[in-house]
Write a protein that binds this ligand. Sequence first.
Ligand code: GUN
Length: 299
Amino acid sequence: MAELIDGKSVAEDVVRRVKALTAELAEKGGRQPGLAVVIVGEDPASQVYVASKSRTAKECGFHSVQHTLPAETSEPDLLKIIGQLNADPAINGILVQLPLPSHVDSGKIIQTIAPEKDVDGFHFINVGKLGTGELDTAFVPCTPAGSMLLIERVRGKDLSGLNAVVVGRSNIVGKPMANLLLAANCTVTIAHSRTRDLPALARTADILVAAVGRPEMVRGDWVKPGATVIDVGINRIAAPEKGEGKTRLVGDVAFAEAAKAAGAITPVPGGVGPMTIAMLMANTLASAYLAAGLKRPYF
Ligand code: GUN
């Protein structure tokens, strides 16, 4: 049976360090890190995430502001709010929760966020820095950054000689994940819906990352014995065995099967999920250190 990678505990470690480094920043004369979270509309899942981000920010000792805007908010109004947050010295990180309503151009909104406050790492400047290996000044998207910390816990920082397969090519997870693994010297393949013989490719992976949003797609016989399996998926499925109308969360990996072959594996929930918010705090702290003219802390 595989080692269980406890994302909840690693995330708690990160938040504890962020808290301590926030206190240290104040002693050095820096100002309190500030995080602004913007949410447009009433998507229930987004509301849960955003509440959790704001709560963790407060726990870290941050100045935390939340803009909760109605679904009909116009693009110009949203751009105006981003402009104000860009100019506000009390704010180091701006996060606009996605998805945005369809009448708003998400790409345009994201590219309006000042790159030095783009703690989501979605601005072209930060994407370009990650792609060219400028990791000292890049903001890296939170989910792949958190996944990378979990991989390091198992495999160390230098992944030379290891094959990594990332299943999923999204801008938020798949592509930045592949770039992080490449920067750590892995041999990286990105697989996606058009990949031929995905199970055979997956079996070549020493590190297998699943980020496709399809419940339990990665089966046990896709996993190379001893592989490190990182499950980024969070899917809610029907669970009639728990009673009528009940649901449960599963990842993109069929956990029970995969755990028999893997060397280490993340559970869902309690794996990658908690890391995303922790890394948002780490990015906001880094932004505040840089704004104070100090060297940024690494996690
Ligand atoms: N919606 C789902 N994941 C994310 C994320 O990482 N950042 C933002 N801004 N919105 C999201």
